[in-house]
Write a protein that binds this ligand. Structure first.
Ligand code: PEP
Ligand code: MG
Length: 322
């Protein structure tokens, strides 16, 4: 079956009727980048950089990170590299960083909240990314941004990082800047933030957890509180509509995008770009290239009108896209 799937690697990433979709890959470390090219991804849509911290004994300094991001760009040979700033906190604990104990870590100092309260760690990373941007196409995105104050805070730190680089006479390049939309508040507040953004990436793992108030790590909840719930589908759809209206690029990087059965819904809702686990990418692409855009749109309309999880599951698994 693997062998059959490799046939899709070099096929254009588009529906039968020529509607092009960019398929990117999610990675957690550099060694995974070779898989990205193996499966014909068009770049990296999510580099979870906190994995660099989890696999190290101490925080990598600016030079170490710079080298690492340059190596990643080099392997990508001109394709886009989307770096997510350290998503520290909640389920991602880094032993050597001072993280004060919290009663509810998932609702605590995580993602951008950690970065804004520990600006030195953030600025070091941003300086490394800005310098690497001299050597390739980099998108930088911030996790867990829910309101404009956090975005403004992050952008102010980016300016500080640039000022330091100028003072230190280190060259740097241009970045595209974005946020991961992964809380309901981020969707509801998106209109205020879009004018400051070059792109948005929908993180369905946390968006599901925070929308349904269901711990993503609790196995007893997974079945009854899935990403394919009417509430989450509605928030995904709202995000796409708002971004398109504001002409801001919109992508999706949560696990939902790695499920081949869900591809018709996501494309039908209007997504033009999806970031997928490398091991699932060709399976997802196989569904994309066999379907027609018009059918995907009709399917998305049908699914969006459903109000029960079981009905959504049935509709998703029975779409006839061959
Ligand atoms: C998400 O929340 O959907 C996401 C892509 O990020 P992570 O799974 O790393 O939190
Ligand atoms: Mg997340």
């Amino acid at each position: 079956r693997r062998q059959a799937l490799t046939a899709y690697k070099d096929k254009p990433s588009a529906t039968l009727d020529g509607h092009a979709i960019t398929l990117l890959a999610n990675v957690g470390n550099l060694s995974e980048i070779s898989h990205v090219t193996d499966v014909g991804a068009q770049g990296i849509g999510l580099f979870r950089t906190e994995f660099l911290l989890m696999n190290a004994k101490a925080l990598p300094d600016e030079q170490q990170q710079y080298k690492l991001y340059c190596d990643a760009l080099h392997s990508l040979q001109g394709q886009v590299l989307s770096i997510r700033t350290f998503d520290i906190g909640a389920d991602k604990e880094i032993p050597y960083l001072q993280q004060s104990p919290e009663d509810n870590p998932a609702l605590g100092i995580r993602g951008i909240r950690y970065s804004l309260t520990h600006p030195d760690t953030f600025i070091t990373q941003v300086k490394a990314v800005l310098r690497a941007a001299n050597h390739g196409q980099i998108r930088l995105m911030f996790p867990m941004v829910s309101q404009i104050e956090e975005l403004e805070g992050a952008l102010a730190l980016i300016e500080r990082a640039k000022a330091q680089l100028i003072e230190q006479e280190k060259g740097f390049g241009e970045l595209s800047l974005g946020i991961v939309v992964e809380t309901p508040a981020a969707v509801l507040n998106l209109s205020s933030m879009l004018p400051l953004l070059d792109f948005v990436s929908i993180g369905t793992n946390d968006l599901t957890q925070y929308t349904l108030a269901a711990d993503r790590t609790n196995p007893h909840l997974a079945k009854q509180y899935p990403a394919l719930s009417p509430a989450v589908i509605q928030l995904i759809s709202m995000t796409i509509t708002l971004c398109k209206h504001a002409k801001v690029k919109v992508s999706l990087c949560g696990e939902l995008g790695s499920d081949p059965q869900v591809l018709p819904l996501l494309v039908g809702l209007g997504l033009d770009e999806i970031s997928i686990n490398p091991t699932n990418l060709l399976e997802v692409k196989a569904v994309l290239v066999k379907g027609r855009y018009h059918d995907f749109v009709k399917h998305a309309q049908t699914v969006s009108a459903l109000t029960r999880i079981d009905d959504i599951r049935t509709a998703i698994s029975t779409i006839n896209y061959i």
